[in-house]
Ligand binder design. Structure first.
Ligand SMILES: *[C@@H]1O[C@H](CO)[C@@H](O)[C@H](O)[C@H]1NC(C)=O
Length: 247
């Protein structure tokens, strides 16, 4: 089964006019999700890419490990990525902490903390979100939401405004076609009978359930057919807490 990491190379987007965003969702009310971070990344190969992320401390953003790069800038307070607004706070990433067990080939442990050079100022448009606690077992069947600036269709263009979509948490069997899917480390998200999913460019963004971040967009199928795989945040709370305490 082919897997597609849901980061988005802007180079690919420009040259082939094929990108992806939240599919089947709608535009978020501007600044209604103040924890969302828009990440501009210089990849290890020197390309420009983008990911989503979310603010968990004034100086820490949580995202996916496959969004790591040579350099990253986090922009907070963004609704429309094309129009710089007074709400924007652009912060350089001082240090990237990809999970030590992350390997691109397996796409497990796809989680990374980014330490920002300065603390963000908390405003109406910029704020933090709580993370799922360690022993949180969120049951399949729950409806959650994902948000991101990724593509809105397989062949369509990029949206420039933040989009969000309601997605159902699935039983692990619904992701059994992904050979490396591991229920203890990951969440299987999105009903296969609905045309709703996350897509290219959404990587690193949150899965939000009742005001808590439960997952991180990791990968899906190249044709965007749900479900997609998210990193299960609760499993990584000890690692997250350790990095936050020590840095
Ligand atoms: C936070 O506010 C202070 C005071 O207005 C300003 O100097 C600083 O640059 C702001 N920080 C960010 C990240 O925008």
């Amino acid at each position: 089964m082919h897997r597609l990491p849901l980061s988005l190379l802007l180079f690919v987007l420009c040259s082939r006019a094929k990108a992806g965003e939240i599919i089947g969702g709608r535009e978020s009310r501007p600044h209604s999700r103040p924890y969302m971070a828009y990440l501009e990344i210089i990849t290890p190969q020197g390309y420009l890419a983008k990911c989503g992320g979310f603010l968990v401390r004034r100086n820490f953003v949580l995202t996916a490990a496959h969004c790591a790069g040579r350099a990253i800038v986090a922009i907070l307070g963004v609704h429309d990525t094309r129009q710089k607004e007074d709400t924007w706070q652009q912060l350089k990433v001082m240090k990237q902490f990809p999970h030590p067990k992350y390997k691109h080939k397996r796409m497990q442990h796809d989680i990374m903390l980014l330490k920002l050079k300065e603390k963000a100022n908390l405003t109406l448009a910029v704020g933090t979100i709580p993370l799922a606690p360690q022993f949180n077992t969120i049951p399949p069947g729950r409806t959650c939401r994902a948000a991101g600036w990724g593509r809105t269709s397989v062949s369509g263009s990029d949206p420039h405004t933040l989009q969000e979509v309601k997605l159902r948490l699935m039983e692990p069997q619904a992701c059994r076609h992904f050979a490396q899917f591991d229920h203890s480390l990951q969440l299987c998200v999105g009903n296969s009978r609905r045309k709703k999913s996350v897509f290219k460019g959404d990587s690193g963004g949150p899965l939000l359930c009742a005001g808590v971040a439960e997952g991180i967009v990791s990968y899906g199928r190249p044709n965007a057919q749900p479900p997609a795989v998210f990193t299960r945040i609760s499993h990584y709370r000890p690692w997250i807490n350790k990095i936050l305490e020590e840095n």
